[in-house]
Design a protein around this ligand. Structure first.
Ligand code: ATP
Ligand code: MG
Length: 272
């Protein structure tokens, strides 16, 4: 799968209307599902090495409009990974205690530990998205944040964290179908919030905010990917491919054993 078409080059201007929300890349569903299954296996095996190696870490940032499929993506892509090696943090509306600090305070403490994959379900990008759209802080404050975010991510990268950021790009029509499903399917009712409609009513302002966030903060150290999200199977295949490729590019290795296994075996024989 060619991921370069989903990757945002550093320094480029992003116009989201030019990015497809349902492009299937000429791929058939069966083939893509098989690839997804392979990716999930590979991610699990690579994470095992990452954990054993205990040197580097991975941060996956997921952002999207409501009902684009963030939760389902996390569940499927990381479902086979050893739960000890992957953490998921969902960033909700900040608490009063969090609002009394700088916007990165609550985020930094969830930076991944060595050997771990950390997934952010929403992230510090909310501080240039909902905060910008709803004018929660003055413009000069949120405008300064793009550069602060780039510096923050560079700091994490320098400490050994590989960062990938994924925007699940859903169309306004598809979002409507999925929000309606939250209302009509009893098992999904709990997911629905009136706030979803409010956010939807500001769709265009959100698109402008996403364009700036993605364009200004796609860096060599922490690139953004814009993933077509209208079709579930295609979205899962691409996101899993991004995570797999990221882990492969790190190339984690099992560490050298601290003992000579042969000598230890002989010792074990002697004492049993
Ligand atoms: P779901 O798909 O289940 O609805 P969700 O990620 O939308 O998941 P919610 O609890 O519905 O979770 O929404 C979290 C809300 O918190 C979002 O509206 C988000 O914009 C908001 N939020 C997150 N970070 C911030 C922030 N820094 N400032 C203000 N609001 C924030
Ligand atoms: Mg929500």
């Amino acid at each position: 799968m060619d991921l370069s078409k989903y990757r945002v080059e550093p320094g480029s201007r992003v116009g989201l209307s030019e990015w497809s929300t349902d492009d299937a890349d000429g791929l058939e569903r069966d083939g893509v599902e098989a690839r997804f299954a392979e990716n999930v296996e590979a991610i699990s095996a690579l994470q095992h090495r990452l954990y054993a190696e205990h040197k580097r870490s991975v941060l996956v940032v997921l952002q999207a409009m409501d009902a684009a499929g963030k939760d389902s993506t996390i569940r499927h892509v990381f479902g086979a990974v050893n739960p000890q090696g992957v953490q998921v943090k969902a960033f909700k509306k900040p608490t009063p205690d969090e609002l009394d600090r700088d916007f990165l305070w609550r985020v930094h403490r969830h930076a991944p530990k060595r050997g771990h994959i950390q997934v952010f379900n929403r992230s510090h990008y909310e501080d240039v998205l909902i905060v910008r759209v709803n004018g929660l802080v003055p413009e000069e404050r949120w405008r300064a944040r793009y550069e602060i975010i780039n510096q923050f991510e560079a700091l994490l990268a320098q400490a050994g964290t590989r960062i990938v950021k994924v925007y699940l790009h859903v169309s306004k029509e598809r979002q409507k179908e999925k929000l309606l499903r939250r209302l009509t399917d009893p098992s999904r009712n709990w997911k629905f919030e009136a706030a979803d409609f409010e956010t939807r009513s500001k769709w265009d302002a959100y698109m402008r905010a996403y364009e700036d966030a993605i364009g200004r903060c796609s860096t060599q150290a922490a690139p953004w990917f814009i993933v077509p999200a209208d079709r579930k199977w295609h979205r899962l295949a691409i996101v899993s491919e991004i995570v797999r490729t990221t882990l492969e590019s790190i190339g984690p290795e099992f560490p050298e054993p601290s003992i000579d296994p042969q000598a230890a075996l002989e010792l074990l024989d002697r004492f049993t």
